[in-house]
Design a protein around this ligand. Structure first.
Ligand code: PEP
Ligand code: MN
Length: 273
């Protein structure tokens, strides 16, 4: 939790939270964690909310074990979605921040349950939620401080279906000027195609976002969920370099605790084993 806390308590820092849509295997997550551009805030779905039941539903218990083991080697904070209070006990052992997915923003009983756990939350905007409805959902977290609640704009459903969703950067500008919450943008679910993710990310930064939640995968085309929108690790590294440059204009710093030190340690353990 210490990386996340540091980010939540800081001003003028910009966080890159990255990782695959779904945790798929130990090797996949290890490859992500060992990549130099990946910082200490790592995402990965364990219980997936899929549109159809015949698609990959997440590794569930097995995914928890993978993250538990990797946390012994790598010093990262883990962000994952919770979709049902019955997952709380399992997820609590590996999660540093609960992600509430777009489909659950209106699930007020779930929000109340999570409020009892007093862990930071990342609250995604509902598919067609107004800003007021989104803020109403955020107010369910009465046990959390304002800076422990991150609002995540991930695009809304609109009249246009060319892209996966319509990225509403207006919401970011509004929320930054009128609320105390940190606001991040998920360009992956907004755009739905990897080729648009970089530009959407830079635009979000310029709109005043405090960070980005980005899907990355060692081999995007083989991803078990959301393969079209995942950036390769190399693409993510390029994005991260440009983000660093852009932040200078806004007098902000990239929040990035490099995992190198832990990596070096883990590699040693790994080769000695
Ligand atoms: C996700 O982050 O993988 C996800 C399912 O996002 P959303 O709830 O925004 O669709
Ligand atoms: Mn996804």
């Amino acid at each position: 939790m210490r990386h996340l806390r540091k980010f939540l308590e800081s001003d003028n820092t910009f966080a890159l939270m990255a990782g695959p849509c779904s945790v798929e295997s130990e090797l996949q997550m290890r490859t992500v964690l060992e990549h130099a551009s990946i910082g200490s805030l790592v995402r990965g779905g364990i219980f997936k909310m899929r549109t159809r039941p015949d698609t990959f539903q997440g590794l569930r218990e097995q995914g928890i074990e993978i993250i538990k083991e990797l946390k012994k080697e790598f010093d990262f904070d883990f962000i994952t979605e919770i979709s049902d209070p019955r997952q709380l006990e399992l997820l609590d052992s590996v999660t540093d921040m609960y992600q509430i997915g777009t489909r659950n923003m209106y699930n007020y009983e779930l929000l109340k349950e999570i409020n009892n756990y007093k862990k930071p939350v990342l609250l995604k905007r509902g598919l067609s939620a107004t800003i007021d409805e989104w803020l109403g959902a955020a107010s369910y977290f009465s046990n959390l401080k304002n800076n422990e609640i991150i609002l995540c704009e991930r695009g809304v459903r609109s009249f246009d279906n060319k892209l996966r969703n319509m990225l509403d950067l207006g919401s970011v500008i509004y929320l930054k000027q009128n609320t105390q919450y940190k606001v991040v943008v998920d360009p992956s679910h907004s755009m739905g195609h990897a080729q648009y993710v970089k530009e959407a990310s830079y635009a979000a930064l310029c709109a005043g976002a405090d960070g980005l939640l980005i899907e990355t995968h060692p081999t995007p085309q083989a991803a078990l969920s959301d393969k079209d929108q995942a950036l390769s690790l190399e693409e993510f590294a390029q994005l991260s370099n440009t983000v660093k440059e852009l932040l200078k204009v806004f007098n902000k710093e990239l929040f990035h605790t490099n995992l190198d030190y832990m990596n070096a340690q883990s590699k040693e353990i790994y080769t000695n084993a």
